[in-house]
Structures are given as C-alpha cells and as structure tokens.
Design a protein around this ligand. Structure first.
Ligand code: ST9
Ligand code: ZN
Ligand code: ZN
Length: 340
C-alpha cells in the first residue's frame, strides 16, 4: 500500500497470472509481446508536476485564509464567477459538447466555451477529450488514464503526477479523434494553448481585481490560485469519488456511481453511473432538474438563443428497461433476472 493505491501488488498478480498462461500457451510471440508491455510499466514520477501541485495546494489553503481575513469581497466574488464560468467550459464544452457530442453548437458558442475551457486550465480541449474518450472506452482498467481501481489518490490527482501506463498510449491510439481535427476552434486553441492558458487562467484573472477595484497583486494572486485549485479538485472528484461512493441504479457491474455531492460541486457531472451507461445524453443525468445540474440549464438557455441545437436524450422506457436489467435495484425495482 502506498499513496498511489495498492497497484504495485495488483501488477505483480497480473504478471504472475500471465507467466502461468505463457507455459500453457503455444503462441510464444504473442506472449513475449505481452510481457514486454508489462515490464515496461514502472512508475515514473514527474517531479515538475509534484512540485507544481504541492505549491498550488499550499497556496490555495493560504488563499482561503486570506479570503476570510484580507481579500476584498469583490475579488472573492470574481474568483467564484471564474470558477463557475471556467467549470462550465469543462462541463458544457470539453465534456458534453466535444468529448461526447451530446448536442451541437454554433461557432460563437463554441468559441465562448473554448475560452471558458481555457480559464479552467485542464489541458487543451483536444488532449482533454482524448483522455476522456479513453476513460470511457477502457473504464477502470490499465488503459484508463485515471483508473479508479488504483485507488482514490491515483484517480483524483496521482495520475497527473506519473507518466501514463503504456496501455493508455497503446489502446488510446484506437480512439477516433477526427471530428476534433476538423474543428478550427479546437485546433486554434491547441496551437496557441501555451499563450492562451497563462493569459486566461492567471494573468487576466489576477489583473482584473488590481485594475478595477485596487486589490493588491499579492492578494489577487492567492485568490486566483485558490479558485484554480478549488475547481480542479471539484473536477477530479468525478474521477475519484463518483467512481467509488454511491448507488448504481443503471448498471451495477461498472465502477461509476450516482453521487449527489459531486453533482452539486461539479455542476451536474456527479450522476456518473447514468453518464457511463448513456454517455450521449446532454443532461449527463436521467433527470433535468437544474438545481443539481446547472450545466443542463446553460445548454438549454443557449438552445433558446438558437446557439445550441440537436440535444440528445434517452427515452424513459429505454432507461427503465436498462435499470431493470442491470441496475442495483435502487431505481425502477432493479434486476428482474436475478429475481425470477
Ligand atoms: C486536469 C485534467 O486536471 C482533468 C480531467 C478530468 C476529467 C474529468 C471528467 C469528468 C467529467 C467532467 C466533470 C467536470 C466538472 C467541472 C466542475 C468544476 C468545479 N490516448 O500526456 P503525455 C500519447 S489537467 C492516446 O505527455 P506522459 C500521445 O501520443 C491539470 N494517446 O503522457 C502523447 O503525445 P501527443 C493541468 C495518448 O508522458 C504522448 O502519449 N494540467 C493518450 O505519460 C505523451 O502524452 C497538468 O497538470 C491518450 N489518452 O505524461 C498537466 N495520452 O500529446 C498534467 C497520451 O503529442 N499532465 N498519449 O499526442 C502531464 O504533465 C502529463 O500528461 C503526464 C503524463 C505527466 C500526466
Ligand atoms: Zn464523459
Ligand atoms: Zn468516469
């Protein structure tokens, strides 16, 4: 056991199983290919990231303290606004629009979402979407970038501190990304990300309070780091908490769960059992109630403006049938097969 979960033991077991399989198998070539992938996987800690994230979180804690004692109220309101604005760039933009194509958006909306997604600084859209599609295709396996089987810490932040498992690169290469390669807004952000990210995540957010209401640079900086760390952790909870704690009304055989606390913190992305079963639903949840899903409210609002269209949902009888067939029984009575 260690901070990246009990993965070390798990891998030992895997390679042991594969060894005994080698003895039985006649196809030696295939086996040697397999074991070469296996032996390639060693943890390689990326110290640059460890240092950056330790600093970020220490600064964020100091930022919370300053928010209650010294930072101007306007500055904190600005930070909250940016957390929501940037967060929706992730949920409505990177996640529901670009990763899953749950609706279509006209270019002004896509441009706006791209800027919002840049404020959140969670990698550019192309990289975010690739990791996320790989996560859906190979959920909770070695090929999942934030494999929740490796424990809370790894799926929350640990995966950003290590080089990726070779399976992520190998199997990840099978995921189709051609739709994003055709979106000029995505390509533009990818090309200029190195300039856009410091500008929209740090420089402008720090500058606005200093210029408009005479906040000090020092306080504005710590407020900004608090906002960034807070929204990262809110997002990461979807990968960690919502893959560990909660009911599984739609499919009890998978890791993702329905988690109300995460749904509130992550703007409607905590209904994660549903989302993994029906990833094309633009609500990312069975129900459309806005109070626990403000992302759906934003997409619907843009729909009324004509900016968003072709929203996809799932008919309720399809959901019911699926829940009855594979659910844990917490909605629609659950698994009938096991009762009969
Ligand atoms: C961050 C992301 O925080 C968070 C994502 C969360 C997702 C949550 C989803 C849930 C739903 C949404 C909820 C929203 C809620 C919002 C509420 C807000 C309040 N497939 O990566 P590299 C290949 S980021 C295929 O460097 P290493 C590829 O060829 C935080 N191939 O791997 C690639 O080259 P290229 C800020 C793949 O060297 C090459 O490998 N960012 C795939 O192992 C190298 O890729 C950071 O901190 C794939 N999936 O390094 C940066 N992946 O790109 C952190 C890779 O040229 N990242 N390849 O094609 C890094 O430093 C590194 O990625 C690393 C791994 C060290 C982690
Ligand atoms: Zn998803
Ligand atoms: Zn997931």
């Amino acid at each position: 056991p260690n901070m990246f979960g009990s993965s070390a033991t798990l891998y030992l077991e895997t390679s042991h199983q594969e060894k005994s399989a080698t003895e039985k198998a006649s196809n030696q070539t295939l086996q040697s290919q397999k074991s070469s992938t296996q032996s390639k996987y060693k943890w390689r800690i990326v110290w640059r990231n460890v240092i950056a994230f330790v600093y970020l979180h220490l600064a964020a804690v100091y930022g919370i303290y300053l928010s209650f004692t010294a930072i101007k109220l306007q500055t904190t309101m600005w930070a909250i606004f940016l957390a929501i604005f940037g967060g929706m760039g992730i949920t409505a933009g990177a996640h529901r629009l670009w990763a899953h194509r749950t609706y279509k958006a006209k270019w002004p909306m896509r441009f706006m979402l791209m800027i919002m997604q840049t404020i959140a600084f969670q990698n550019h859209i192309y990289e975010w979407v690739r990791d996320h599609r790989v996560h859906h295709k190979f959920t909770d396996s070695d090929a999942d970038p934030h494999n929740a089987k490796r424990g809370f810490f790894f799926s929350h932040i640990g995966w950003l501190l290590l080089r990726k498992h070779p399976d992520v690169l190998r199997k990840g290469a099978t995921v189709d990304m051609t739709d994003l390669e055709r979106d000029p807004i995505v390509l533009w952000q990818k090309k200029l990300y190195i300039i856009l990210v410091p500008l929209f995540c740090f420089i402008l957010p720090v500058w606005v309070p200093c210029y408009f209401w005479n906040e000090t640079l020092y306080y504005s900086w710590y407020s900004t780091l608090f906002r960034y760390a807070f929204s990262l952790n809110g997002t990461w909870l979807v990968n960690s908490a919502a893959h560990i704690w909660g009911y599984k009304p739609y499919d009890k055989n998978i890791g993702p769960t329905e988690n109300k606390s995460v749904a509130i913190i992550a703007f409607g992305e905590g209904w994660h059992n549903y989302h993994h079963v029906f990833p094309w639903d633009y609500k990312a949840a069975e129900f459309g109630d806005y109070n626990m899903n403000i992302t759906t409210a934003l997409i619907d609002f843009c729909g009324r403006l004509g900016l968003a269209y072709d929203m996809k949902t799932v008919p309720v009888d399809v959901i019911k049938r699926r829940a009855k067939r594979t659910g844990d029984g917490t909605r629609y009575g659950g698994n009938e097969d096991s009762q009969s």
